[in-house]
Ligand binder design. Structure first.
Ligand SMILES: [Zn+2]
Length: 339
């Protein structure tokens, strides 16, 4: 059966960012091929896509997509940005490679107005498959369902597009099944892996992908500014990672820990993680602060740092007590450091 499995409504709920909530029960029946999503919903999704496509911050991404669409690679990995931006980018790719009004070789993107664009953006197109790792882990049966149609040409699209949203939610068996599909040439198919950072995915998946890095969120709040502002917290966190002491005296002073502060500290950690990963690629050796401590971690533990940070930020979204989140973060980092 090749009908995509989630309803448009379920998809757009997820698309609007309600990650980590349990997936709604599977619908008893799929909508008919001609079922129309709610008009307001379609308008909102198209507006999101248009806004993203015109966002000056994403000019590089736009240029990269247009360039890639002239000879579409079979596997693309979208990392960086926010989850919403990665999903929008994937939807745009589906429209760009199928819209009759698009002309990538002339720098012309999808019109985002025609019926094809509309069905791509809303995932109502029968050749667009959407596996939603934000709602639940992506299991082997989900991947098998997609694999079952790969031998056939797309039903009506120029290009079949398979979107794996928050692909870090692929369970290992599913990732391995997917890998088999990526290894077989599928000239009219794009697999889109969406993840916060490539390190969250199996290296074998990454090595088969063309990676497009969206600008990191809050790039305007530079790592340097954040470090200055948070210098005492960075020092305390480093000391805690090394000795298991020195942080709780700061967190216990009443009113000192706000959700914004903890969010900034996790961003600081994220900057340090990115810096450390870049240093790994260039062979440089970070000498100070969190970056230097992260550099002591073996690669699988670096991936865990990323997961820990994602969990912290998610907890903040769900209004967890920021002091508890910060102390949990510090404790997890302390336990990761080999000693
Ligand atoms: Zn169009």
């Amino acid at each position: 059966m090749s009908t995509p499995r989630a309803t448009p409504a379920a998809r757009s709920r997820k698309a609007s960012g309600s990650a980590a909530k349990p997936r709604a029960a599977a619908p008893a029946e799929q909508p008919g091929e001609d079922a129309l999503p709610d008009e307001a919903e379609v308008a909102a999704l198209l507006l999101q896509a248009t806004t993203l496509w015109n966002n000056p911050r994403l000019a590089h991404t736009r240029a990269a997509l247009l360039r890639l669409a002239t000879a579409p690679p079979q596997v693309l990995l979208f990392e960086g940005g926010t989850a919403q931006e990665r999903l929008n980018t994937a939807n745009i790719w589906a429209a760009l490679t199928n819209c009759p009004n698009a002309s990538p070789q002339n720098g012309q993107g999808p019109c985002l107005e025609c019926p094809v664009c509309m069905r791509c953006i809303t995932h109502l197109h029968r050749d667009i498959f959407f596996l939603d790792g934000a709602a639940a882990s992506i299991k082997i049966d989900d991947v098998r369902e997609v694999r079952s149609v790969l031998g056939e040409p797309p039903r009506e699209a120029t290009r079949r597009v398979i979107i794996l949203h928050e692909a870090q939610a692929l369970v290992e068996a599913a990732a391995n099944a997917l890998l088999k599909s990526l290894e077989e040439p599928r000239p009219a198919t794009s697999f889109l892996l969406l993840a916060p950072q490539r390190e969250r995915l199996l290296p074998t998946l990454v090595s088969r992908s063309m990676v497009v890095t969206l600008p990191w969120p809050r790039a305007e709040h530079s790592a340097a500014a954040l470090r200055n502002e948070l210098a005492p917290w960075e020092a305390a966190l480093c000391q805690f990672m090394l000795t298991g002491q020195g942080l709780f005296s700061l967190t216990s002073s009443k009113g000192s820990v706000t959700p914004a502060l903890v969010n900034n500290i996790t961003n600081l950690c994220r900057h340090a993680l990115v810096g450390c990963l870049q240093a790994l690629h260039t062979g440089a050796k970070p000498t100070e602060g969190l970056e230097a401590l992260f550099a002591r971690l073996p690669a699988p533990r670096l991936r865990m740092v990323d997961e820990i940070l994602a969990e912290c930020q998610e907890s903040l979204v769900y209004m967890a007590n920021p002091t508890i989140v910060l102390e949990w973060l510090a404790t997890r980092l302390y336990l990761l450091l080999p000693r």
